[in-house]
Design a protein around this ligand. Structure first.
Ligand code: NI
Length: 160
C-alpha cells in the first residue's frame, strides 16, 4: 500500500464520521427512537458506533501497533446493545463521543507508515489480520450503518 492510500484511509475514516453527523442531524427529533424498518433506531446506531469505536477499534489498533501479533478481542455489538440502555441516551452526546474517538483513531491511522499497516494481530484460533485489514473493516462497518441510517431517513420523509 502506498502512502497516498494510507492518507486516503485516514481521510475516509474522517469523512464517514462527518457523514454520520450530518445524517443524525437530519433526523427529525421525534423519529430518533423509531426503528423505521431497521433493527436499531438512530440513537441505537450512534451508541453502537461509539462503543465499538471506543471499546473495539481503539484498543485493537493500539494493540497491533504496540505489540507483535497480539491477541485481539471481538466486540460483541449485539450483546453490548442488549445489555445497555441505548434508547435512554442523548443522541448528540453519543455522537460527540463517537466523533472524538474517531478523530483520535483517524489521527493514528494517518500517522502510521506503510510498514505499520502490515503489522498483524489475531483473534483467538484465527489467522493473523493486518492493521490494514482492521481499518478496511472499520470502513466497511461504517458503510453498513451509514447505508441503513440513510434508508431509515428516507422513511421519515426528511431525507428526500
Ligand atoms: Ni454494527
Amino acid at each position: 500500500m502506498s502512502q497516498p492510500e494510507v492518507v486516503t484511509r485516514g481521510d475516509k475514516l474522517t469523512t464517514n464520521a462527518a457523514e454520520l453527523a450530518e445524517l443524525v442531524a437530519s433526523f427529525p427529533a421525534e423519529t430518533l427512537l423509531s426503528p423505521l424498518g431497521d433493527e436499531f433506531c438512530a440513537v441505537e446506531h450512534v451508541c453502537h458506533l461509539r462503543d465499538l469505536e471506543r471499546d473495539g477499534f481503539t484498543p485493537r489498533i493500539q494493540s497491533v501497533i504496540d505489540n507483535d501479533d497480539p491477541q485481539l478481542f471481538d466486540f460483541d455489538g449485539a450483546g453490548v446493545a442488549a445489555a445497555s440502555d441505548y434508547r435512554a441516551e442523548n443522541a448528540l452526546a453519543a455522537l460527540n463521543a463517537f466523533l472524538e474517538a474517531r478523530r483520535q483513531n483517524a489521527e493514528v491511522v494517518r500517522a502510521t507508515t506503510e510498514a505499520g499497516f502490515t503489522r498483524v494481530g489475531h483473534y483467538q484460533a484465527r489467522p493473523p489480520i493486518t492493521l490494514d485489514a482492521i481499518v478496511a473493516g472499520m470502513l466497511d462497518h461504517d458503510r453498513d450503518h451509514l447505508d441503513r441510517l440513510r434508508a431509515m431517513l428516507t422513511r421519515t420523509g426528511a431525507g428526500e
